[in-house]
Design a protein around this ligand. Structure first.
Ligand SMILES: Nc1ncnc2c1ncn2[C@@H]1O[C@H](COP(=O)(O)OP(=O)(O)OP(=O)(O)O)[C@@H](O)[C@H]1O
Length: 390
């Protein structure tokens, strides 16, 4: 036996209602079927219980099926609806699909069609739920902990800039959370349904970066044995995150500049341009102004990238966040190790807050991990002094 599915039938005609309930109950012992006589009653049921599927007539007294759909989506957006349309309301049925119904069937319902639609609708619902869970997990991974003024300012800018198409340049020392900022901008944008493609520009040899970013065609160079799309193409309709952009070669910079100016790219070795719709977010720990002065970074590219500039401060400049981050990492590490989270004493917390961090949050996490693994049962001041100094 599989997992049970809760189905609600909404139908004002008692005979049809009874038949539908009976058909579904007989079809599978996994179907738990409930019924309502009109939209109002159904809405109450949907509000107080979770249904995997609602099968609703369109024409009904009090609240009709279309209104029920709209109201139910307000309380439980993930509820899957299949509409039943009678003579003369086919147009409404089509419209309900625009309002979020999964499908509709005509009256009198054909048995096979009804059962197939129910199965498909239930499957689609499972996918939606799985996606929501996955999304929540991803969102949690990129959650930005902190309540200090500088972090709140950054969260504020992210909220404002994310829904726009503006390019963003994120600067700050290593391990301060630049990657998190980039993910948050993507997740809070209308592109979040599509990919965020990350490229670490420092990790790719300069002779390969062009092919990595823009792809290549077969035969473009010795190892190009077949056509391959680049990161810009993969990110189409989504976001590309160019990390460590300060380390990109001047020749690659020129190509990126063209992609930004004209929204077109060319695969290495191809004679055709490709149109791409990609939002660019870049990050660097370098002082790009200085790089420009020294001729290592193109000023025109800088201005194209830094429409919005987000400076992420070092940990030492937002010490108020250290206790929050510490507790966050204590929980995270405990989850990874499958143990109960350790609690640090007030004294240890204060020591961690005063410690001279390089600015790197990764370093804070490592120190906490060391303290959990190597520190005594009760982590002491001596433990901190010993394990914080690598
Ligand atoms: N505000 C924060 N809340 C929770 N975790 C954070 C925060 N900032 C950074 N981290 C964690 O610290 C680590 C380093 O962050 P991240 O990779 O975003 O930094 P970065 O500035 O992009 O680093 P690099 O310059 O080395 O690429 C990651 O594991 C990240 O999850």
């Amino acid at each position: 036996m599989g997992k049970t599915s809760k189905i609600l039938i909404v139908e004002d005609e008692a005979a049809i209602r009874r038949v539908l309930v009976k058909i579904l109950e007989e079809e599978s012992s996994d179907y738990v079927v409930d019924a309502a006589e009109n939209g109002e009653e159904a809405l109450q049921k949907i509000t107080s219980e979770d249904y995997d599927l609602v099968i609703s007539d369109i024409k009904m007294p009090k609240m009709d099926g279309e209104e029920l759909l709209v109201e139910a989506k307000k309380v439980k957006a993930e509820t899957v609806f299949v509409m039943i349309s009678g003579h003369g309301d086919l147009e409404t049925a089509v419209n309900t699909m625009r309002l979020g119904a999964f499908d509709y069937i005509s009256k009198p319902p054909d048995l096979n069609r009804l059962l197939t639609t129910v199965r498909n609708a239930l499957d689609s619902g499972k996918l939606v739920v799985e996606n929501t869970i996955l999304k929540k997990k991803v969102n949690k991974k990129y959650e930005m902990i902190g309540n200090s003024d500088p972090i709140n300012q950054i969260k504020d800018i992210i909220e404002k800039v994310a829904p726009t198409e503006a390019r963003v340049l994120i600067t700050g020392p290593n391990g301060t959370g630049k990657e998190l900022v980039a993910h948050q901008i993507h997740l809070q944008s209308s592109r979040s349904q599509n990919m965020l493609v990350e490229v670490n520009c420092a990790a790719i040899p300069s002779e390969l970066i062009e092919s990595e970013l823009f792809g290549h065609v077969k035969g473009a160079f010795t190892s190009a044995v077949k056509d391959r799309p680049g990161k810009f193409e993969q990110a189409n309709h989504g976001t590309i995150f160019l990390d460590e952009i300060g380390d990109m070669s001047l020749s690659a910079q020129a190509k990126v500049l063209r992609a930004l100016q004209e929204n077109v790219i060319t695969r290495v070795g191809a004679d055709k341009d490709l149109k791409v719709d990609v939002r660019v977010i870049a990050a660097t720990n370098k002082d790009l102004r200085k790089e420009i002065e020294e001729g290592r970074f193109r000023e025109d590219l800088y201005h194209r990238l830094a429409v919005i500039l987000i400076k992420v401060p070092a940990l030492n400049d937002r010490r108020d966040d250290i206790p929050l981050l510490t507790n966050h990492f204590l929980d995270q590490i405990a989850k990874e190790q499958g143990t109960a989270p350790k609690v640090f004493s007030k004294e240890v917390m204060e020591l961690l807050q005063q410690y001279d961090w390089t600015g790197n949050i990764r370093e804070l996490r490592n120190v906490i991990e060391r303290l959990i693994i190597l520190g005594g049962k009760e982590v002491s001041k001596q433990d901190v002094e010993m394990f914080a100094n690598k």
